[in-house]
Design a protein around this ligand. Structure first.
Ligand SMILES: [Zn+2]
Length: 122
């Protein structure tokens, strides 16, 4: 899929760093939860997804266009990613979890720590 299994992307590392700075513990990539969220906060029943803009089709300027070559290969693949994300969110909700999605293009935003703190502490 979007990455090599077990290898964290740069946006993921930045988000982890931010969460650690808030002094909040987390677990990584719980495969027993829908969508294998990147960060899981068991006691709080909250999860954070860190999504690459291209792979998860954010629609921002980082998303870019699907490669012209082999469009017939990329289009359904990307569409499946989006559908899978939606299904995971819904299933998490049914399990009583709240999910926050942080996009690749948002990780350097100065307001990110505040956003994460707000999500985790309320
Ligand atoms: Zn984006």
């Amino acid at each position: 899929m979007a990455r090599i299994r077990g290898k964290a992307t740069r946006p993921e590392l930045l988000v982890r760093q931010t969460v650690r700075a808030l002094g909040i513990g987390y677990r990584l990539n719980r495969r027993d939860l829908p969508g294998s969220p990147d960060l899981v906060f068991m006691g709080r029943k909250k999860v954070i997804f860190v999504h690459g803009c291209f792979w998860h089709q954010h629609g921002c300027k980082l998303t870019g266009k699907a490669p012209q070559k082999r469009a017939e290969y990329w289009a359904p693949k990307l569409k499946r990613n989006v559908k899978r994300d939606q299904e995971a969110q819904q299933r998490l909700e049914e399990l009583g979890y709240r999910a926050l999605t942080i996009w690749e293009c948002e990780v350097s935003s100065p307001s990110l720590p505040e956003r994460i703190a707000k999500f985790l502490k309320t």
